[in-house]
Design a protein around this ligand. Structure first.
Ligand SMILES: Nc1ncnc2c1ncn2[C@@H]1O[C@H](COP(=O)(O)OP(=O)(O)OP(=O)(O)O)[C@@H](O)[C@H]1O
Ligand SMILES: Cc1ncc(COP(=O)(O)O)c(N)n1
Length: 282
């Protein structure tokens, strides 16, 4: 295990999203996980009970500690909380010349709690996007970042172009949220600035989807750290998260976490699933 990935995100005490989802996902890929916490959340499957941002000095020192000591193969950002923390993260990315920056623009937890202040949206667009390799918004996040309503695939394409023009080399607009074009399948769309690539698998009817966005972006990060192309990374991450949703064991009383170890536990099923991903370009 000689590849490393750094997650810069919030802690989810419930273990299904945030730093915990990221580190579990890195470990499942045999990538050594490093972390810098932006905030501590008191959270479970029923919601977010409290948000406690880490002091800016504390965040900066974590980034300096890992950046000055480790070679980092890929970096993932999740909950960044506010503009000051975004600036601190962008400063570290530039200072340590980190490459392979995967940005999950986490804004609102499933229960509706804000994990990023509204004032920080501009900082995300103007400061973080120019250093971003892959951004992975869900549909509501893509709508906020682009100011466009997204209902159709063609709306999604337009949003991806806007995010590309804002600096993201690759944009993945995920389809977990209401996808008018097809409700029995979930389509994730990748844009590299020229080509749109679509990845489709059946929608799983489950309420245990807490942390799917974090897990998906962390799997992309791990795959990229291992040297995969972004296209392969997105496809493999989709299989990883599909397995994780398919094998949840309802933990907690609300929206339960996914099973991060499912692909390892059921390798034959995962191999079959990998062959079932419908992938096409446009
Ligand atoms: N019910 C589902 N069945 C199958 N795949 C799903 C389902 N929900 C989400 N996914 C997949 O999980 C990943 C995350 O998608 P989603 O759009 O839910 O992101 P998100 O909203 O950021 O996640 P979160 O709800 O954790 O914030 C994508 O790869 C998507 O295809
Ligand atoms: C610390 C932290 N980071 C990210 C999420 C988003 O995950 P979800 O939308 O599945 O609640 C979260 N709930 N908590």
């Amino acid at each position: 295990m000689n590849r490393t990935a750094l997650t810069i995100a919030g802690s989810d005490s419930g273990g299904g999203a945030g730093i915990q989802a990221d580190l579990k996902t890195f470990q499942e890929h045999l990538v050594f996980g490093l972390s810098a916490l932006t905030a501590v959340t008191a959270q479970n499957t029923e919601g977010v009970q409290g948000v406690y941002p880490v002091e800016i000095d504390g965040l900066q020192q974590q980034l300096d500690s890992v950046g000055s000591d480790f070679t980092i193969d890929a970096v993932k950002t999740g909950m960044l909380f506010d503009e000051a923390r975004i600036e601190t993260v962008v400063h570290a990315i530039k200072k340590f010349k980190w490459k392979n920056i995967i940005v999950d623009p986490v804004m609102i937890a499933k229960g509706g709690d804000h994990l990023l202040t509204e004032e920080a949206h501009t900082a995300l667009l103007e400061q973080l996007l120019p250093v971003t390799d892959v951004i992975t918004p869900n549909i509501p996040e893509a709508e906020v970042l682009t100011g466009k309503t997204i209902r159709t695939i063609s709306d999604r394409k337009e949003a991806a172009r806007i995010l590309h023009n804002a600096g993201a080399r690759y944009t993945v607009i995920k389809g977990g949220h209401a996808d008018a074009s097809d409700s029995t399948n979930v389509i994730d769309m990748l844009f590299d600035g020229e080509t749109f690539t679509f990845f489709e698998l059946p929608r799983i009817d489950s309420k245990n989807t807490h942390g799917t966005g974090c897990t998906f972006a962390a799997a992309i990060t791990a795959q990229v750290a291992l040297g995969q192309t972004v296209t392969e990374a997105v496809k493999n991450a989709k299989v990883f998260v599909q397995m994780a949703i398919a094998h949840t064991t309802s933990l907690g009383n609300g929206f339960g976490p996914t099973h991060h170890g499912a692909l390892r536990q059921f390798p034959n099923e995962a191999a079959v699933l990998a062959g079932e991903v419908r992938q096409w370009e446009d």
